[in-house]
Write a protein that binds this ligand. Structure first.
Ligand SMILES: NC(=O)c1ccc[n+]([C@@H]2O[C@H](COP(=O)([O-])OP(=O)(O)OC[C@H]3O[C@@H](n4cnc5c(N)ncnc54)[C@H](OP(=O)(O)O)[C@@H]3O)[C@@H](O)[C@H]2O)c1
Length: 297
């Protein structure tokens, strides 16, 4: 089969499309014929060797955690899923013709493979951080960097729960945030005042890692009301850095429920053929993805 692989850590140019042995589904796992793989920032962080503590890598390595596809092998002990089912979920080396998944759910009706591939990691992350920041219905959550994959999910989960949101994003994404039910303003000089004019905030999420933790603590009144997924300096401000994934099966079940009720939609910014995975990484690393980019097989 063909898969995207890298033999050394480095820039997007280390990604190669290679012939490789097909993986097989061990106990408790399934194999899918991949139709699309989600492109997450963690994919290029792993490729650069930035996150070896959380994601140990043996070179040469495949790429990709999220996928949507058609089940073609069911491992020992797995029940409730059959060959031929359309599923989305998390696994390893998903930028490939076949990949093994450790967590999956049946794709909701009406969702394309390209769309489905964009959900697993962002929904797990969004549900986890909304829980960890402790925001309740009727309160207001400030989301710094609200237009990307995780932000898109956070805004819609918050809306579904009756939590108000003020989001920051670039000028081109203001209407996008408003369409997801948030009050919106731009980041950059003067942003704290612009947020204050939109209202008081009870809790805040830093999704961009753009060096705003001091301001988020000031706006919420306490470091305990702030969570970051992108700024490793969080502990210096007394802020929690959230980096340990919660239950992916539970997140997928909740994603299916939200999608089926028409409450969650993550747009696909762009789909790239497998052979252009490096271009997908270049574009993701530029830091202005709306929703999710995906690689299609
Ligand atoms: N710790 C964890 O468990 C975990 C899990 C998932 C993701 N992450 C990390 O969280 C970050 C976000 O992930 P993602 O998948 O949502 O990324 P993404 O889809 O690439 O989105 C990035 C977003 O950041 C916004 N942005 C860029 N510069 C900004 C600035 N100066 N201020 C505010 N927003 C800015 C962009 O908005 P505009 O386009 O509007 O400029 C863009 O929408 C990444 O760094 C990722 O590695 C961590």
């Amino acid at each position: 089969m063909r898969k995207v692989s890298f033999a050394e850590f480095g820039g997007p140019e280390v990604l190669q499309l290679v012939e490789a042995e097909e993986p097989h589904a061990g106990p408790g796992r399934i194999r899918v014929a991949v139709r699309a793989a989600g492109v997450n920032p963690v994919d290029w962080r792993i490729r650069e060797g930035q996150v070896l503590g959380a994601h140990p890598v043996v070179l040469p390595s495949g790429v990709g955690l999220d996928a949507a596809g058609v089940v073609d092998e069911v491992g020992e002990g797995v029940t409730g899923v059959e060959v031929g089912d359309r599923v989305f979920g998390e696994g390893v080396d998903t930028y490939a013709e076949f990949a093994v998944l450790g967590a999956w759910a049946r794709m909701p009706e009406g969702l394309t493979f390209e769309e489905a591939a964009g959900y697993p990691s962002v929904v797990e992350t969004a549900l986890r951080i909304v829980r960890e920041v402790g925001v309740r219905p009727g309160q207001t959550l400030l989301v710094s960097g609200a237009s990307g994959g995780v932000g898109s999910a956070v805004l819609q989960i918050a809306r579904d729960r009756g939590i108000g949101v003020i989001g920051t994003a670039g000028a081109a994404n203001q209407d996008y945030l408003r369409g997801l039910g948030a009050l919106a303003t731009t980041y950059g000089e003067g942003w704290v005042e612009r947020v204050r004019r939109l209202g008081a905030v009870d809790a805040a999420l830093d999704l961009a890692g753009s060096g705003v933790l001091r301001e988020l603590v000031e706006l919420t009144g306490s470091p305990e009301k702030v969570v970051s997924i992108a700024d490793l300096k969080a502990p210096e401000y007394g802020v929690r850095f959230s980096g340990v994934a919660g239950s992916v099966p539970a997140a997928l079940a909740e994603a299916v429920d939200l999608i089926s009720r028409g409450k969650l939609h993550i747009p696909v910014e762009k789909a790239y053929p497998l052979a252009e995975a490096a271009a997908a990484h270049v574009d993701s690393q530029a830091g202005h993805t709306r929703g999710r980019r995906v690689v299609v097989v």
